[in-house]
Write a protein that binds this ligand. Sequence first.
Ligand code: C5P
Length: 297
Amino acid sequence: MSVTVRVPAKVNVQLAVGAARPDGFHDLANVFLAVGLYDEVTVTEADELRVTCEGPDAAEVPLDRTNLAARAVLALAERHGRAPAVHVHIAKDIPVAGGMAGGSADGAGALVACDALWGTGASRDELLEICAGLGSDVPFSLVGGAALGTGRGERLTPLEVGGTFHWVFAVADGGLSTPAVYGEFDRLARGREIPGPVASADLLAALAKGDAHALAATLTNDLQPAALSLRPSLADTLAAGRAAGALAGLVSGSGPTTAFLVPDEETGARVAEALLASGTCRAARTAAAPAAGAAVV
Ligand code: C5P
């Protein structure tokens, strides 16, 4: 028996980052928006836990127990006193180490898939708690849509979205390590007073109205200077996307994927083509938002 779960990528339309906490994490006001790029996670009963991956960037995905999908299987199995005896297969379409929560998506997907395969019947709250233990972005991969994440990003409040937003994503060559980007944020912040992170009322209103122009005017990412410092060439990608007609562009999460909000699908196709032609990215993808969270297919 097998179960397949489809899980979306995310973009952060606002990522407000506070000062480093004693535990090394940063308090966030993190406005997540799920976008229609998906990984599919299939779990099948097997003799022992095994992870495989297919897709253009499959070679960059770790297949050992550092993979969040493997960790999700182990966490659910342990709680319910069963052997983690499944083959997890990931059909990967979300950029790897790209700031789009691809690894988190696989964690949430494996969790939902095993819950269904084993008939565990875990409550939504229990699943969310396991997700939060796996990583700060994993709970959002489970719920999808749009949400405000506080704490280290794992405490979610669902947000209203009043329309469809069209995006173009420029995939960079190679990934960026999230801890390295937060480390660079700390280095750049040294000696400065860092205000507590607060969600922007204007941004939440733009989301609720489904107003792309208003959202474009309010997009912010406090990790962007750190990502640009570690990968200065991203400035060229941002300039190329804006010149091609995007309403706004920003680094997605910790990067190095850059995200461009466009007014409609046609503009999106044109911006994607121009980004690719500019030679400032490895691939360009279009996607609509919001997308639903992890769901059995
Ligand atoms: O929670 P997650 O394992 O995804 O976090 C990866 C790393 O990103 C953490 O070890 C930490 O360095 C950084 N991080 C942070 N503050 C957050 C979320 C992540 O500093 N709110």
